[in-house]
Design a protein around this ligand. Structure first.
Ligand code: SIN
Length: 349
């Protein structure tokens, strides 16, 4: 009996050792390790917060970026996109990024002008005439120069994205002439140049978070606002206003920002993959933004109880002339206005 028990124990032990050797659990050598591999074995998560709907140029670009990052990193990096201010809103997203509470945000460049005053140039009214001019500026050497201005904030700027040209919408009275704006309370993004623009129109600028615009229009706390067709359509602003005037008086675009500490913690190989995903998304998103704004403009034109009026060329010229003081303000406050002269060389006068 004793012999039988000892024999069984020995057999079980031999079996365990044999299985462990076969499965590589015993005598397994550690994998060779080098800097290239550092961090590659663990999953990296990027939380990306933005304030607009998913079916917008920014919303779609954020999703495309997430898709390309996952593809290019073979699933090592996952980008979780939070749309519609569901994680952070206009008022707290930049602080959240600086503190590292979120890894990526995509604010409008207008909302960043309090930190980066030279970006005010992009808010100047009637500076650009075509989407192509905007693309050349935002994705070329001028864009690179503007992104460098983020360095003192320890924020990694990945580049600029585009939405489109802004137009005016109003609750009660249509805007056909410059004088129609007089006395209106107009929602604006927090940007000195945009405030000056509305003051030059003798209107009252009301800085407000994007997430509050619909409600404030609905309860008549504001009379008008400026935005792109895609934002007006996707946020349903046409449901709480009666009029839209195609003015094409300014542009709406975005800075794609990442927390610098997080960026620096990434393996170099992953950084290159993210830059490649960003480049590809940027090219794709300029085309998509233009198409989406065209489609949404058509949808807006079909809405009942909502009229879309195109401003006449002569009135457009009057607007441009009346808004000259905004340029004077820019030139006196931004001493270093070499960016404006560089842009003026690209755009058609
Ligand atoms: C956005 O497109 O991110 C919002 C624009 C706005 O605040 O009007």
């Amino acid at each position: 009996m004793k012999k039988f028990i000892i024999g069984t124990i020995v057999t079980v032990f031999v079996l365990i050792v044999a299985i462990s050797v076969q499965q590589g659990l015993l005598f397994a050598k550690p994998l060779p390790y080098d800097d290239e591999q550092k961090g590659l074995d663990s999953q990296i998560t990027i939380h990306l917060s933005h304030v607009v709907a998913e079916n917008t140029p920014k919303g779609q670009a954020a999703n495309k970026f997430a898709e390309l990052v996952e593809e290019k990193t073979n699933g090592k990096v996952k980008v979780h996109v939070y749309s519609n201010s569901s994680l952070f809103n206009d008022e707290n997203e930049f602080q959240a990024l600086q503190k590292g509470d979120v890894e990526m945000i995509i604010p409008t460049f207008s909302k960043m002008t309090a930190y980066v005053p030279n970006w005010q140039v992009l808010d100047l009214p009637y500076l650009f005439n075509t989407d192509e001019e905007v693309q050349e500026v935002l994705t070329g050497s001028i864009g690179e120069q503007l992104v460098k201005e983020l360095e003192p904030f320890h924020i990694k700027g990945l580049g600029f994205w585009y939405n489109g040209f802004k137009h005016l919408t109003s609750v009660d009275q249509p805007i056909h002439t410059f004088e129609d704006l007089q006395g209106l309370r107009i929602r604006t993004m927090p940007s000195k140049i945009l405030e000056k623009q509305f003051e030059a129109m003798k209107a009252t600028p009301i800085p407000l978070s994007f997430s509050e615009v619909f409600t404030d229009l609905e309860k008549n706390a504001i009379d008008a606002q400026e935005n792109t067709a895609s934002n007006i359509y996707s946020k349903g602003f046409y449901k709480v206003q009666k009029h839209m005037t195609i003015t094409q008086h300014g542009i709406l675009g975005y800075a794609v920002l990442m927390n610098e500490t997080f960026w620096n913690s990434l393996p170099v190989k992953i950084q290159h993959q993210l830059i490649s995903a960003m480049k590809e998304t940027t090219e794709w998103q300029f085309e998509q933004a233009i198409l989406m704004n065209e489609k949404d403009m058509e949808k807006l034109k079909q809405q009942a109880d909502f009229t879309v009026y195109t401003m006449s060329p002569s009135e457009r010229q009057r607007f441009k002339e009346q808004l000259a003081p905004v340029y004077d303000f820019y030139k006196t406050h931004i001493q270093n206005d070499h960016v404006l002269s560089k842009i003026e060389k690209i755009v058609t006068p």
